[in-house]
Design a protein around this ligand. Structure first.
Ligand SMILES: Cc1ncc(COP(=O)(O)O)c(C=O)c1O
Length: 470
């Protein structure tokens, strides 16, 4: 029996060694946000190396990372300063945490830095490892705040159609993308969704931008009235929707929204997970769209994605409510093992130092302005309905009919095809909601590299057009 088992194990080991990395991936790895059935046929693209804005697959083929991985590798793939910051911190104290009065110097310094950088006055910082955890934390803090203020019925959270806030139970619920809910028994019933502020796609015929904004704000006011202001805790919004289609709200959207939320003591949470740290040509997306949030969540470019770290910044009234509530209960009953991780904090601190020393915001304004100007030429392409963006963040929305703005019948198929053609030419871009191509190259991208990105995108669009024409 034992020897049979050993023999079988040995045979399995031999066959595993004979398997290629592609076969092993199919055999063992589950891929998030992936059609798992299709993956069993296509297998993975295995990326083994990065250098500057480029990554290289297991065949040595070079690609420009046109979306910075998942909108996060802001300083590219070979920033020695970040590698050294991690190594130095790991040698000194590889792990630390912030439960029960413990602290460590990188976490203290990073908190101070984030408060200094915040777009509106903020009081304190709480760390986690991911954007989802940060947003989940912000939901809990909104509830805690309202409890402390004697408003325990304020529980409902408003998100927006096409908003993306993460993948945890609560954050996937606030997310407004149906595939994040289907068959996961989501969203929770305390989550409400309101309109996406996407003028090109959702404006009515003849509606001006101001009329569109007023209609959306009116719908939110009506929702608040119907649900009861005493039942609503918070409103979650990305300054510019990322995964939902790179949607830039009309100029007066946030000022009008904020006035409404303030009236009803509904907290505004700015999800800066994509927009934060220079992406839109300001340090924060909130500054780009005139948002004055009560809480800010951030992640991704906080550490240039070299380490998993996220943060929630809270205003002073929220912090004071937390102090009050924790005193009443006896403790602030929340926290993650890796919140306040010194290695992650040290890398984030070094990242922020690089942004400031290299004036990354100015660089993004210049190179991003150039990128937007170059991409605007695609407005004339027969497949393109809209081109929009700011800084180094752009969306190219594809349509079946330019005149009517009618979308293609099979969601994402055409955008997916463009991305396939781009990949063949060594450019990684991503199909996102609303048949849109996302571009968000690393913040260090140079103008001549933008030219290459634009040329490869043009070639991929043309190839897709020919493919559609058969
Ligand atoms: C705006 C926004 N919020 C939250 C998240 C979730 O972050 P994470 O994947 O780190 O949990 C994302 C991820 O893309 C995001 O784009």
């Amino acid at each position: 029996m034992t020897s049979d088992y050993r023999q079988k194990e040995q045979q399995q080991k031999v066959s595993q060694q004979a398997m290629s990395q592609h076969e092993k991936d199919i055999a063992y790895v589950i891929h998030p946000q992936t059609n798992l059935s299709a993956h069993e046929k296509t297998g993975p693209m295995i990326i083994n190396r990065g250098d500057g804005i480029h990554v290289y697959d297991d065949q040595g083929k070079e690609y420009i990372e046109g979306v910075s991985g998942l909108w996060c590798a802001s300083l590219g793939y070979s920033e020695e300063r970040l590698i050294n910051a991690a190594m130095e911190q790991m040698r000194a104290l590889p792990y630390g945490q912030t439960f029960a009065h413990r602290s460590n110097e990188p976490t203290i310094a990073l908190s101070e830095k984030l408060i200094e950088l915040a777009p509106v006055p903020m009081s304190k910082v709480l760390f986690q490892s991911s954007g989802s955890e940060a947003n989940d934390t912000a939901i809990k803090l909104a509830w805690y705040y309202h409890h402390a203020n004697g408003n325990p019925t304020k529980k409902k959270v408003i998100g927006r159609v096409r908003g993306y806030h993460g993948t945890g139970l609560a954050t996937a619920s606030v997310t407004g993308l149906p595939h994040m809910h289907s068959d996961f028994n989501l969203p929770f019933d305390w989550v409400l969704h309101t309109d996406c502020p996407h003028y090109y796609r959702f404006a009515k015929d003849g509606e001006t931008e101001t009329e569109f904004t007023d209609r959306l704000i009116g719908n939110i006011a009506q929702m608040i009235e119907e649900e009861g202001p005493d039942n609503i805790a918070a409103f979650f919004a990305e300054p510019i929707l990322g995964v939902g289609g790179v949607v830039i709200p009309p100029e007066d959207y946030f000022p009008k929204l904020q006035a409404l939320l303030k009236k009803h003591d509904i907290l505004l949470v700015a999800d800066e997970v994509i927009c934060g740290f220079g992406r839109t040509g300001n340090m924060w997306g909130s500054q780009t769209v005139g948002m004055e949030p009560d809480m800010i969540t951030c992640a991704k470019a906080l550490s240039a994605a070299y380490m998993p770290i996220s943060a929630v910044l809270v205003s002073n009234p929220i912090y004071q409510a937390m102090v009050f509530e924790s005193e009443t209960i006896g403790t602030f009953g929340h926290g993650y093992t890796y919140g306040g991780h010194p290695t992650c904090a040290a890398v984030a601190l070094e990242t922020l130092a690089i942004y400031q020393e290299n004036n990354i915001v100015q660089h993004v304004r210049e190179v991003g302005g150039y990128m937007q100007q170059q991409l605007a030429q695609f407005k004339d392409h027969p497949l393109v309905g809209d081109v929009r963006g700011v800084g180094l963040l752009a969306g190219i929305e594809l349509v079946k009919d330019k005149a009517t703005r009618a979308p293609f019948d099979k969601p994402q198929m055409t955008a997916g095809k463009v991305c396939n053609f781009a990949e063949q030419q060594g450019l990684l871009i991503r199909p996102i909601a609303g048949e849109t191509l996302a571009l968000a190259p690393p913040l260090i991208t140079r103008p001549e590299q933008i030219d290459i990105i634009v040329q490869k995108t043009a070639d991929a669009l043309d190839a897709t057009y020919r493919w559609l024409k058969g």
